[in-house]
Design a protein around this ligand. Structure first.
Ligand code: XBP
Ligand code: MG
Length: 230
């Protein structure tokens, strides 16, 4: 066995937050007649809460909505946001991060198993991965829809390991955020962090390495070296 790499989606495989999810959340607020719009900076702070529905609910609570009202509104808004984001995915508006396609190809070609562990919702995750990276590219895809508790809870990584039938020391996670790193560590995986503009100031203590982009680094070789020395 050559081991596995388990990838996060948002912010890691794809550049999806600022011009993707954020826009879809704002459209859902507008369509519902609510006076909320998340600017780029505000959204960066809100990303501390993983999962779109939980993110909306936490925000509404801080705007003074009761817990019950926040939970109910968040559920409705998130259903609409999910449909809107799925449409963006189908229109091809969500790009892969530069260098990711080549990395996946190189890892597959050298016999490394590929998997996904995301807090995103299955209805958009599947078409996104199929459209950008080809159907069947990943041996196992675990999404926020299947797990009771989202990152930084390690559940999504434990399910991914289960799905590919490997132990934690036979796999490495690739993440962009501290919530993702803690989830991977909690499941016993080593983790490479590749930051983006929203996450570059976070605390990545314990990461295998921290890069600021895929392009220009030999990430495939780095990952394969670490897989050999578990
Ligand atoms: C990403 C998330 C997701 C997206 C929105 O975290 O928290 O919730 O922001 O997607 P990670 P949904 O990259 O650590 O998986 O609205 O489908 O939840
Ligand atoms: Mg992420």
């Amino acid at each position: 066995r050559n081991g596995a790499i388990v990838f996060d989606v948002d912010g890691t495989l794809v550049d999806s937050e600022r011009d993707g999810h954020r826009i879809a959340f704002n459209s859902a607020f507008s369509a519902a007649g609510l006076p909320y719009q998340w600017d780029v900076e505000t959204y960066g702070r809100l990303l501390q809460t993983t999962g779109g529905r939980r993110r909306i609910a936490a925000f509404l609570r801080r705007q003074g909505h009761s817990r019950h009202e926040a939970e109910e509104l968040a559920a409705t808004l998130h259903t609409d946001k999910t449909a809107r984001f799925r449409a963006m995915v189908e229109q091809g508006t969500i790009p892969p991060r530069p260098g990711v396609r080549a990395l996946l190809t190189e890892l597959s070609d050298t016999g490394v198993t590929l998997a996904v562990a995301t807090t995103g919702t299955r209805v958009w995750v599947e078409p996104l991965l199929d459209n950008l990276f080809g159907r069947g590219r990943f041996a196992c895809v675990v999404t926020g829809t299947e797990v009771p508790t989202l990152k930084p809870d390690p559940g999504v990584y434990l399910q991914a390991l289960d799905g590919i039938g490997l132990r934690p020391n036979q796999a490495i996670a690739v993440e962009d955020s501290v919530n993702g790193l803690r989830a991977a560590q909690g499941a016993g995986l080593r983790c490479l962090v590749v930051t983006n503009h929203y996450t570059s100031n976070q605390n990545f203590t314990g990461a295998l390495a921290v890069l600021d982009r895929f392009l220009g680094h030999d990430v495939a070789t780095l990952l394969r070296c670490h897989l050999l020395h578990d």
